[in-house]
Design a protein around this ligand. Structure first.
Ligand code: PEP
Ligand code: MN
Length: 341
């Protein structure tokens, strides 16, 4: 990373960029309030040979030691990334984002009902799967385009931005047209071609940690999106595979403060998929608020017993207002206000 002096002008930045371009490294210019930093990702020895320290306007050249580059807090030299999604602030440490909705869009009535209820209880955004990744190819895979239309209607009525998963690049256009936040599911965290497609869509991306992925791998996956010029990436800890099988996955709450140290990106937690049991979701959500998460994403259903997917972990709609109040109270203890428009 090349840090420019506070007084460096555009021509000096451009001269550095041009010299870097001769080596074939990936160059990202990051203007800050005080100084501009230039990320040069590629062969470090080639960059060292350029003699950048001697160029006009260059303050210092700082090597980035981590395997992840664009996601690294070493690179974003001034501030954490703060996203404004239709007035909902995600990241930056002052807000707590409550994303809620059904696991899967099953019908218009179901989705609109849940959307109205979560909105009334203070949710920041609506979640809902249109294209579902399922372990068995014979399980319900979502309503597809019809679900996207239903989500659009819920958005129009409630004003809640919509978070929905992009499962396959062939749905990219349709998802782009309807989603405010494009989710990349845990099973696709290392689908690098899909990450590039998501990066190019130009919408905020919610990137879920792979079932057995290390945090280094999560941040390198984020780099795939960031390198497309998309700075709006939200990371999500959603539980990992361990020897423990009592819970569906083991929620790695330690990941949150670790990520806060190592990346500038916002971090949220999914207690629903981690727990696999609605009775555990509130405790884990409170924990997420306590360890400094920027928000949570939770599943809510009117009649979880009838749900087509993930019934046991979905909160009941009627329980959601109390759940939201509890979790937001814990977030307030951590100095965070609800992320609402
Ligand atoms: C989801 O959030 O709808 C989902 C399938 O979660 P994950 O990818 O974390 O399993
Ligand atoms: Mn689910």
């Amino acid at each position: 990373m090349i840090v420019m002096t506070p007084g460096a002008g555009e021509a000096e930045v451009e001269a550095v960029r041009e010299r870097l371009a001769t080596t074939g490294v990936h160059v990202v210019v990051m203007p800050g309030e005080l100084t501009t930093a230039i990320g040069a990702i590629g062969d470090p020895e080639g960059v060292a040979e350029l003699g950048l320290e001697g160029m006009g306007g260059v303050d210092r050249v700082v090597p980035i030691s981590r395997p992840y580059k664009l996601a690294s807090s070493e690179l974003n030299h001034e501030h954490p990334t703060v996203l404004d999604i239709d007035g909902r602030i995600v990241g930056g440490g002052e807000t707590f984002c409550l994303i809620a909705g059904p696991c899967t869009v099953e019908s218009r009535e179901q989705t609109l009902g849940v959307a109205r209820a979560v909105k009334a209880a203070g949710a920041s955004m609506l979640r809902g799967g249109a294209f579902k990744p399922r372990t068995s190819p014979f399980a319900f895979k979502g309503l597809g385009p019809e679900a996207l239309e239903i989500l659009a209607e819920a958005r129009a009525e409630t004003g809640l931005p919509v978070v929905t998963e992009l499962l396959d690049s062939q749905h990219a256009e349709a998802v782009h047209a309807h989603a405010d936040v494009v989710q990349i599911g845990a099973r696709n965290m290392q689908n690098y071609a899909l990450l590039e497609v998501a990066g190019k869509l130009g919408k905020p991306v919610l990137l879920k940690r792979g079932l057995s992925s290390s945090l280094d791998e999560l941040l390198q996956a984020a780099d795939y999106i960031l390198k497309e010029g998309n700075e709006a990436v939200i990371l999500c800890e959603r539980g990992i595979r361990t020897f423990e099988t009592a819970t569906r996955f083991t929620l790695d709450l330690g990941a949150v403060p670790w990520l806060k140290l190592h990346t500038h990106l916002p971090v949220i937690v999914d207690p629903s998929h981690a727990a696999g049991d609605r009775r555990l979701v509130e405790a884990l959500a409170r924990g997420a608020a306590a360890v400094g998460a920027d928000g949570i994403i939770v599943e809510v259903h009117d009649e979880p017993e009838q749900a087509m997917c993930d019934g046991p972990q979905q909160l009941r709609t009627r329980d959601f207002p109390r759940f939201a109040a509890e979790v937001l109270a814990h977030a307030a203890l951590a100095g965070r206000r609800p992320s609402t428009a």
